[in-house]
Design a protein around this ligand. Structure first.
Ligand code: ADP
Length: 631
């Protein structure tokens, strides 16, 4: 019996008003179900989801969730929504809830199980309604149509509205936020005034020296190296010890960290605007924590972390823009799936698609269209088509919601858009139990309790190392300094770390390393030695496996440990854009009126996106797209 299961199960009784007056629902007098109450089980992220479904011959009458242990505030909300959607639509063709794919699919599986027992024709229930004759075509007009309500789309929509355009933003899901909503990450931007409060160490100095010593691959890199070298000369001459950063150092790290595959022109624009984007978010309503942190996979300490004031960390990257957009009269349409973009006389004119109710829609854009549909991490076929870097990604889970299916890439391709960097797919360790994106106070272990990769390495290096371990998993350990001092005892999903966070299976919390070992099954002796060695490395400043970020020991109770699996996280490739966020065709020509921003675009991050740069990208290029489409 799983510990989390013991939690009082959410009892959700949803009743539907059933109109059976004309025997509605039965086809040719044939019964759809065998009347009765049936219990079905599906697999959620933490364990079984059990649903009791009551039907008469024609209708699903009610459903009760009798057992579940999904993440509070996310998974349980998803269950509620899926149950209600099934009841409302009397169908199993309902969309997974953004960010809670496992809980959504588990609920759907449980209901499917129950209805199978009731003798239902599951295939018929899975069919999306085409709306029949009653679904009237929807036609709407606006200056700007934005497709996708993640951070990129919301930002673009808000900027367009601020520039005086009428704006419609759509999403195929019934929730806003996309992948951005589940982002636990921070937003990178050099902010030297703040970073000066922190100290630089020898290892970081060595990192700078190492990159300055590289042969420049082009004039951009040579120029960035020259300014950083000049900065460091002055820094050293003045005997400074603070944590150095600059936009040119940021550019160098993006370029080098992406193996020089990224477009230096787009990198330059990203870095130059990064701090302005942080300030822009703040002005829109995002509330930042005071500390600048080192995000996992970021390779430097320049991450700005939102507080939980908007609900979750990710919500702070989307909901503030939505609130401002709606104040300006922007229209947010959910359950609108874009399928094609129309073109007339060499210019895009409209987005067409189908609503969740089966109604065809045409949204005419007087000024232009912004594609902000995110990546293709959840599209297994596309992953297989383009992946050349990993052995196979066929069975790899993804951190992305089900909506990340590369639709915008397909729509752009239809118009002749050029695709760049499609082979670069990022894998990361992932758990539904997340504490923080910073690795400052985190050590990463294998199941034998040993460290096997520098925690501050690039994401591709960490993922590749983890795939080499015997169970392809990683175990991340934190102590009080992260749990209490930084997080104040609350996970990024708002769970109380002492009580709601541990599930006895993947997430553990205890007052001693010994107890953590006992709970997780990691051998205590090895674990203790690993921690002792790591703490000694923090003292000496030299880590045996080359970790450079040696800011914090792991030595204060309580402790928390999270099991991570390796999952598809980000797709670096996508539509090629120019510095105005205009989509380009294979000959480098602009596709008039078509803009793109965020993960749907390619070519910015190269082979490997640094941790904390996705939000910087979506806000920066979202703004650029929103401003330019309004011109
Ligand atoms: P980004 O981080 O680039 O902003 P996200 O993944 O956060 O990207 O958001 C992309 C959004 O686009 C998601 O909310 C997703 O549901 C939406 N989306 C994807 N494809 C379509 C489509 N065909 N029509 C409408 N919305 C879409």
């Amino acid at each position: 019996m799983k510990k989390a299961m013991k939690r009082a199960s959410l009892v959700l009784l949803a009743l539907v008003m059933v109109l059976t007056m004309f025997g509605c629902g039965s086809r040719d007098g044939e019964a759809k179900f065998e009347a009765g109450t049936y219990t079905g089980t599906g697999e959620g992220i933490h364990g079984d989801i059990v649903v009791s479904v009551t039907v008469d011959e024609n209708e699903i009458l009610s459903m009760e969730v009798t057992e579940q242990s999904e993440t509070q505030g996310l998974g349980d909300t998803a269950i509620e929504k899926i149950v209600q959607d099934i009841l409302d639509s009397q169908s199993l063709a309902v969309d997974a809830v953004s960010g809670a794919t496992y809980s959504s699919n588990g609920t759907l599986a449980a209901v499917t199980d129950a209805l199978t027992q009731a003798g239902a024709d599951i295939d018929a229930l899975m069919e999306k309604s085409d709306g029949g004759d009653s679904a009237e075509a929807i036609v709407k007009d606006a200056d700007v149509i934005v497709v996708g309500t993640g951070g990129a789309g919301m930002t673009a929509a808000l900027e367009a509205a601020r520039a005086g355009s009428s704006v419609i933003i759509i999403d195929k899901m019934s929730f806003v936020g996309g992948n951005t909503l589940v982002a636990g990450s921070a937003m990178n931007a050099p902010e030297p005034e703040e970073q000066k409060k922190q100290e630089m160490d020898d290892v970081r100095m060595a990192t700078i020296e190492k990159i300055l010593a590289l042969d420049p691959v082009d004039d951009y890199m040579a120029r960035w190296q020259a300014t950083v070298a000049a900065d460091m000369e002055e820094y050293n001459a003045n005997g400074e010890t603070y944590l150095y950063d600059s936009t040119d150092w940021f550019k160098l790290q993006i370029y080098v960290g992406g193996d020089y595959v990224g477009n230096p022109v787009l990198i330059e624009l990203l870095a130059e605007n990064s701090l302005a984007s942080v300030k822009w978010m703040e002005e829109a309503g995002t509330i930042w924590k005071d500390d600048i942190v080192s995000v996992y996979g970021s390779t430097w300490t320049r991450g700005h972390n939102p507080t939980l004031d908007w609900g979750t960390a990710g919500a702070g990257f989307v909901l503030p823009q939505q609130a401002r957009l709606e104040e300006l009269g922007g229209e947010v349409l959910l359950g609108y799936k874009a399928e094609h973009i129309l073109m007339e006389d060499g210019r895009v004119t409209a987005v067409t698609g189908t609503t969740n109710d089966g109604a065809p829609f045409t949204l005419n854009a007087a000024k232009g269209i912004v594609l902000a549909t995110g990546g293709f991490g959840a599209n297994v076929e596309m992953r297989e088509e383009y992946n050349t870097e990993w052995p196979s990604l066929l069975n790899q889970k993804t951190t992305n919601p089900a909506s990340s299916t590369g639709d915008g890439i397909a729509m752009g391709k239809e118009l002749g858009a050029n695709l760049v960097g499609m082979e670069w797919i990022q894998l990361i360790p992932y758990s539904h139990k997340a504490l923080t994106a910073t690795i400052d106070g985190c050590v990463m272990l294998n199941k034998d309790g040993e460290r096997f990769v520098p925690e501050d390495e690039r994401r591709d290096v960490i993922a590749a190392a983890a795939l080499e371990t015997s169970d392809q998993k990683m175990y991340w350990l934190y102590d009080k300094k992260t749990i209490i001092d930084e997080l104040h005892g609350t996970s990024i999903y708002g769970e109380d770390i002492a009580t709601e966070f541990p599930d006895g299976e993947t997430a553990f919390y205890a007052d001693s390393i010994e107890e953590i070992a006992k709970q997780s099954g990691i051998p205590y002796e090895t674990l203790k030695k690993t921690i002792d060695d790591y703490n000694a490395a923090v003292d000496s400043g030299v880590d045996a496996i080359g970790r450079e970020n040696l800011k914090m020991k792991i030595d204060e109770a309580p402790f928390a440990l999270i099991t991570n699996e390796i999952m598809v996280h980000h797709t670096m490739g996508g539509l090629e854009i120019n510095t105005d966020a205009q989509v380009l065709d294979a000959d480098g020509n602009i596709i008039e009126g078509l803009y793109a921003a965020g993960e749907v675009t390619g070519g910015i991050h190269g082979s490997n996106r640094l941790g904390g740069n996705a939000i910087t990208d979506i806000v920066t290029y979202g703004r650029i797209a929103g401003i330019n489409v309004s011109k």
